[in-house]
Write a protein that binds this ligand. Structure first.
Ligand SMILES: C[S@@+](CC[C@H](N)C(=O)[O-])C[C@H]1O[C@@H](n2cnc3c(N)ncnc32)[C@H](O)[C@@H]1O
Length: 355
């Protein structure tokens, strides 16, 4: 992502970077947080906005054009409203040209656009630390993950794995931004269940120093998407099958035996030290199968050298469903460590937002 910081004061830059983060995460336009119009109309701020949000020549994974158009129209209306002296305050030529070319483009309808896959970029600004946490600063940098997903689809083609869910954002934020989270993943052989778009696996493979990462899902189409997202984040292999691969994607249907599953039998990756799952406990019908898979993974682990740890993040939509899951897990006592949604320990500005 281009960082165009020239002549932009620190405070302004912070609010612009926050806006950019929300924009690349495709937050609803009405939820975007804009700097004041006195700030927006400054020529160098308009230049920053053009280069960082709308310059199609340099942005690798821009939002869908329909979304760009909505945001740019709103920006221009804010700029026009802020003009006090037409001789002094000007709308930048670059922004005007970007708006004209989006208006002239043959864009798909809103409905069609909502069905299409889009690039969504999630970022964690680890330079921002709440007071008192400086010493525990695990990074001092920005983590950025781009996923090709269908953010508007709750469920389609029999799976809920085509978009990223809130639980994955919370689990990823916990792992990325807390020393405890970092300790869980560092140098571990990790397996993710029901990985969906792969946010958690990509984060672990790209930034968190795992020894190996296998992202799995029960849906073959979702697994294909996991491969694409590994590629987008430069985690796919170089030459030859599996060569240099930092994140493997594989089908794993809960409740089916793991015997004969090539990656799960691969000595470089398995047995696993850590199993992660986000939003996988939402359906009482599949809970027995999920628990059966956890039991089998425990049997295949190395309890003497590296006891298996399981971290699950759950959005509790229905207390009864979650209680069913907790009861089903009773035989796993001391194996599983459950994470309910943790309050994000960092300021909202540092982690991805949830609409
Ligand atoms: C709500 S989505 C969560 C996706 C991702 N973890 C996230 O939080 O963004 C649940 C995921 O579990 C997968 N899943 C559901 N039932 C499954 C099963 N029986 N075996 C394997 N995966 C399953 C779905 O395909 C889907 O990707």
């Amino acid at each position: 992502m281009l960082v165009f910081t020239w002549r932009v004061a620190n405070m302004t830059l912070e609010s612009l970077r926050f806006l950019r983060k929300q924009y690349f995460q495709l937050l609803p336009v009405a939820q975007l947080q804009w700097p004041d119009s006195q700030v927006l109309k400054q020529p160098h701020v308009q230049t920053w906005l053009f280069h960082n949000l709308f310059d199609s020549e340099v942005l690798n994974y821009p939002p869908p054009q329909r979304y760009q158009l909505r945001v740019l129209k709103l920006l221009v209306s804010k700029l026009e409203a802020g003009i006090e002296d037409p001789d002094e305050d000007e709308l930048s030529d670059d922004l005007t040209c970007a708006l004209c070319s989006l208006l002239a483009a043959n864009l798909p309808s809103e409905v069609v656009s909502a069905q299409r896959k889009s690039y969504v970029t999630y970022s964690w600004d680890l330079t921002r630390q709440p007071e008192g946490r400086q010493e525990e600063d695990p990074g001092g940098c920005e983590f950025s993950i781009t996923l090709l997903e269908s953010p508007s689809l709750i469920s389609s083609s029999g799976t809920t794995g085509l978009r990223t869910w809130e639980a994955a954002l919370h689990l990823a934020t916990f792992l990325a931004t807390t020393p405890k989270g970092r300790r869980y993943v560092g140098a571990k052989r990790m397996l993710e269940l029901g990985a969906g778009t792969g946010l958690v696996s990509v984060l672990c493979a790209k930034y968190l120093g795992t020894a190996s990462v296998v992202a799995t899902d029960g849906d073959a189409g979702v697994v294909e998407g996991l491969g694409t997202n590994a590629f987008v984040n430069e985690l796919a292999g170089g030459e030859g099958p599996g060569e240099g691969q930092k994140m493997e994607a594989n089908v794993l249907k809960w409740g089916r035996t793991l015997l004969g599953n090539a990656i799960l039998d691969d000595e470089d990756r398995a047995p696993f030290d850590l199993v992660l799952g986000a939003d996988v406990t939402y359906d009482t019908a599949v809970i027995p199968a999920l628990v059966a898979t956890l039991v089998e993974l425990r049997h295949r682990s190395r309890p003497e050298s590296s006891p298996l740890v399981v971290l699950l993040a759950a959005t509790i939509r229905n207390q009864t469903t979650f209680a069913t899951f907790e009861r089903a897990c009773a035989p796993l006592a001391r194996l599983a460590l459950y994470l309910n949604l943790l309050p994000c320990p960092f300021s909202a500005n540092s982690a991805p937002s949830w609409p």
